[in-house]
Design a protein around this ligand. Sequence first.
Ligand code: MIC
Ligand code: SF4
Length: 640
Amino acid sequence: MDRTIVEKIISNHLAEGKMEVGQEIALKIDHTLTQDSTGTLAYLEFEAMGVPKVKTQLSLSFVDHNMLQNDFRNPDDHRYLQDVAAKYGIVFSRPGNGICHQLYLERYAQPGLTLLGSDSHTPTAGGMGMIAIGAGGLDVAAAMAGEPFYLEMPSVLGVKLTGKLAPFVSAKDVILQVLKELTVKGGVNKILEYYGDGVETLSVPERGTIANMGTETGATTSIFPSDETTKAFLSGQGRENQWRPLKADDGAQYYQTLDIDLGNVEPLIALPHSPDNVKPVSEVEGLPVDQVCIGSCTNSSLRDLKIVSALLRGKKVSENVSLTISPGSRQVLQNLAATGELEPLIQSGARILENACGPCIGVGQAPTSEGVSLRTFNRNFKGRSGTQDAKVYLVSPETAVASAITGKITDPRKLGRYPEISLPEKFVLSDSMFIDPAIKPTNTVRMGPNIKQLPSFTPLSDRLTGEVLIKVGDNVSTDDILPGGTDIMALRSNIPEISNYTFCRIDQAFASRALKKKGGFIVGGENYGQGSSREHAALSPKYLGVKAVIAKSFARIHMANLVNFGILPLTFTDKNDYEGIAMGDMLDLDVKELSDQLELKNQTKGSTIKVTLNLSTLEKGLVKAGGKLAAIKLKQAKKS
Ligand code: MIC
Ligand code: SF4
């Protein structure tokens, strides 16, 4: 039978289940990756599983998020991660090496393999023809312990690319076009598989950009074929032997298709405060800009910074604009330096930052009050930049440069001639910032005082009662549930402390109220928990006593995280019932039997609301047990 690329890779990695849309399947995981801000928890969880060495082909630990070292907390985390890596057989990427997804694409991604990463943008590696999925740290820890990854078999949405991009239009505009069509929830339970002759016109880093931001559609992942372009990229990275061709069979069937003629794509921009609020740049041209930030795992590859360099050559950044550039990796920086392409960036007045996430996650470079900030990043949720009333717009590197030069939002096609750039046949390579665990294994793991052991939780009670602690609207992101930024991120290894910040940007009193009321319920709208994979957004509410979240619908990773930490994710059977619950209402739910349909009693209103529990038997077992860690520990203990 003719198959899609997704079906080919999944069937090669199927550990349990049937490859039928909507069925629970278990996937064998070849590689894992973590980054520091989700990694400390993932490794505490892994250590709690009692496995002496990772069981994957390759596991990597990157440090790229919490890079500021204002006090001991972040550096202590870095040291802990380095020790854990050396002890358990994990490759460690030192702080300053670059952003995990960029580095992984350059040095480790391989067509045909599976990758599970504790970061929602793990799908970037789909640009290399991999099934690369973002998950909570506990799921990644389980994969390192040799467990398969469980998910609902997604449907495959075929995105057919034809034609060729016009000058000044690039991969970011393509994914913004996709977001415009699919919105931030159109990709849920889907994998976006790209095909068609337009694919050949895109380099691997450009495919990476598109796959990266597929995350914003809610998709499980995105994937591109592996072709001659992939081979050339791997060869440039000295890894040609890792190439294999991969494409969908001619008669492969997609569940749904989306056609994009690359020639018709124009420069696009996502307006505040959602990545799917997409308009043509020409519609918002002329708006004065205070800040432009180039970088993040979406747009910091050598391809992107080469075009930025070519467009900035001989130009000056507007005196009203602060332009920052964060290269995706040390390799990108070295290659720019080797060809003289770093010079125009310096000359233009750009502020060159460390090779890290930086402004993307609110670590530095907060915009001015009510400032307009244009960013080549993937998320523009309110407040994520560090300035609550700033307005963040998402754009391509081309639009970013044009606007940085003129000081206002500018269609890059006005810049004149589009420079020709190409990737080197052989990249300048240096792997000195990766530490191979085989070279210096250790048994000592040093933990600073800010790293606290994981709280443990009791099994689910038969009856859940309590108040509605908060009621929120649609598309609430994990940045709303537990924000990023330097102050809060420094507490990622300390659950009791970080839980005090739960919902702090929406409702300052949430944490104290939850503790005072001894827990209760959260009520949410559509796509609750979109965005980051941070399991803190489930673990902190759990720590504060939250028993269940009742929403119109959930984002995939967050829902899995809720299950992993023993919080019931319930959906309204009739979405109109959302209106029938208010904050402060007293709820009562009998969960002795975790059936698919449950009756929620609203004691305050005297009403009964039907709610749905859309979980597999396995997942129900995890929630009952008080979370996945308890369940895995039990399984490992039985094995040994
Ligand atoms: C993000 O972009 O929001 C992050 C920070 O990379 C997160 C991970 C985290 O919260 O640590 C993600 O995307 O998963
Ligand atoms: Fe880092 Fe931003 Fe990418 Fe998240 S989205 S991994 S914070 S660069």
